[in-house]
Design a protein around this ligand. Structure first.
Ligand SMILES: [Fe+2]
Length: 280
């Protein structure tokens, strides 16, 4: 497959490597790229033409673009708070559209069935009503006032409770979760998932967490996150079609899907085609 011609996909920043980089070959939007450590920082080139891509370094990651994004990378306020634990998790490759991965991340209804006895359990399967919106001033999708009964809400906790969650989609291939911190109820843990769309139906993703948690061991935090993402991988890889349909009536929505509906509407308004069933 060759580089996509979709201008909406081309004009975005994508996480493509963790710092420090080691020389390797990977893919972005259908195109092979080479990552190397240059004298003035990481260099990302197209393998076919050798053209150098614009890059940024943020949050311990290298971001690259083939185009000219209208804005710089968004901000994560929690990343500036010096008392937080910064937990970069590992990359997970998934044979699905990155858009499917974002949509799955937004979905609370799967918690009891996919993350059984961790993020949910039967009979607590109802998703209480929450609010979804496209925020025009910042051009992001948000879902607020979300609550869900979780069996084990964070690595620090062993008992179940209703968690309060907020979801944010800052770019089509990035999604965030803010969770009221169990050990500091006036603060929010921030978890961001950065997706590198390699092909229409192949991506890899890396979760970064900024936690208020001075108790858990790093390995414990990583294991908690890893278990959850490996469970999610099974789900997204088994959805059909692998690309995300944007047409309203392809899949029947329920009330729990309001964030997904807002996300799909936002993508459709942007005219994004890469990773959707409308790509061809
Ligand atoms: Fe999940």
């Amino acid at each position: 497959m060759a580089l996509t011609t979709d201008p909406v996909a081309l004009n975005q920043w994508y996480a493509v490597a963790s710092l420090p980089v080691s020389p390797h070959v990977t893919r972005l939007l259908g195109q092979e790229i080479e990552i190397s450590a240059g004298a003035n920082g990481p260099v990302v080139r197209r393998s076919d033409t050798g053209a150098v891509l614009a890059t940024r370094q943020k949050w311990g990651l290298v971001f690259a673009t083939f185009g000219t994004p209208a804005t710089e990378l968004f901000d994560i306020a929690e990343a500036h708070e010096s008392d937080r634990r910064f937990v970069p998790c590992g990359w997970v490759t998934m044979r699905a559209s990155g858009l499917r991965v974002v949509e799955n991340f937004l979905d609370m209804a799967h918690f009891p069935f996919v993350h059984t006895d961790i993020l949910g359990s039967e009979p607590h399967t109802e998703v209480p009503r929450y609010d979804s919106e496209i925020r025009r001033d910042v051009d992001e999708v948000w879902a607020t006032n979300c609550t869900f009964f979780q069996t084990r809400i964070a690595a620090t906790e062993s008992a179940g409770d209703f968690v309060r969650l907020t979801y944010r989609v800052p770019t089509p291939f990035t999604v965030m979760l803010y969770r009221v911190c169990p050990s500091a109820p006036d603060r929010l843990d921030a978890i961001a998932l950065f997706i590198q769309p390699m092909e229409e139906a192949l991506c890899r993703a890396i979760p970064l967490m900024w936690l208020v948690d001075d108790r858990s061991a790093q390995t414990e935090l990583l294991r908690f996150e890893q278990v959850i993402f490996l469970q999610d991988r099974i789900i997204v890889e088994n959805q059909r079609p692998l690309c995300l349909p944007l047409e309203p009536r392809r899949e029947t929505p329920t009330r729990a899907d309001s964030s997904s509906i807002a996300y799909r509407r936002w993508l459709k308004e942007k005219g994004l085609r890469f990773g959707t069933t409308g790509a061809a």
